[in-house]
Design a protein around this ligand. Structure first.
Ligand SMILES: CC(C)(COP(=O)(O)OP(=O)(O)OC[C@H]1O[C@@H](n2cnc3c(N)ncnc32)[C@H](O)[C@@H]1OP(=O)(O)O)[C@@H](O)C(=O)NCCC(=O)NCCS
Length: 176
């Protein structure tokens, strides 16, 4: 392994393997706030917990998204400011595109992803953006259920869309 890569790994892990049994977090209240460069490391760590190696964004991509004015980014926080979830939405030519969304395993099935999606959709409406879209792996049944629960519909199958050759679905929702 190149020396530079070894040094990088000292600061940010490249993979976090979650335990098989997840202990749910204690019930708490959540808030949504903008996600900024200040939370870069924390969001990268949570991203590693949410996505398998090879499916997650790297530091460069998060840095780009956090500094790109046309990208909206939000975090769900607990009262002690821990990030329980994140969402990034790119906007371009009157459409919004959910680039990534993740919720910490111990905070799942509490409506946090729905809450972030609805919040982001409202922010898009305020910008007069009429459509939101996203891609999802055909194997990601949990995410597809989430999107269907908020009236996203599959409009296209994307053959060989992901790095490992997996197909994706393009899902779309009109906002007005
Ligand atoms: C997908 C993900 C973001 C959902 O987060 P969440 O906060 O647990 O989702 P919510 O609690 O808002 O779920 C809302 C609805 O989505 C559906 N849903 C969510 N997770 C599900 C699961 N594991 N299995 C089946 N349906 C699921 C259900 O309809 C759920 O409503 P219900 O709990 O009343 O049944 C989360 O599982 C995650 O971070 N996964 C890893 C990252 C990922 O796959 N991101 C999406 C990439 S396209």
């Amino acid at each position: 392994m190149a020396v530079l890569q070894i040094i990088r790994n000292l600061f940010v892990p490249t993979e976090i393997v979650e335990p098989e049994i997840i202990v749910p977090a204690a019930p708490t209240v959540y808030e949504i706030h903008p996600l900024t460069e200040k939370q870069l490391k924390e969001v990268m760590r949570l991203n590693l917990r949410c996505f398998k190696k090879g499916e997650n964004y790297n530091k460069h991509t998060f840095s780009f998204l956090l500094n790109e004015p046309a990208t909206l980014s939000y975090r769900v926080t607990t009262p002690n400011e821990e990030i329980a979830g994140f969402i990034f939405v790119m906007t371009s030519k009157g459409t919004g595109h959910i680039t990534t969304i993740g919720v910490a395993p111990e905070h799942r099935r509490r409506g946090l992803a729905q809450k972030m999606l609805l919040y982001a959709e409202e922010a898009l409406r305020k910008r007069d953006i009429a459509t939101v879209s996203l891609e999802v792996r055909v194997s990601n049944i949990a995410a597809q259920s989430l999107y269907r629960s908020l009236n996203y519909t599959i409009v296209q199958r994307l053959n060989n869309y992901y790095n490992n050759g997996e197909d994706g679905f393009l899902m779309v929702k009109p906002l007005f």
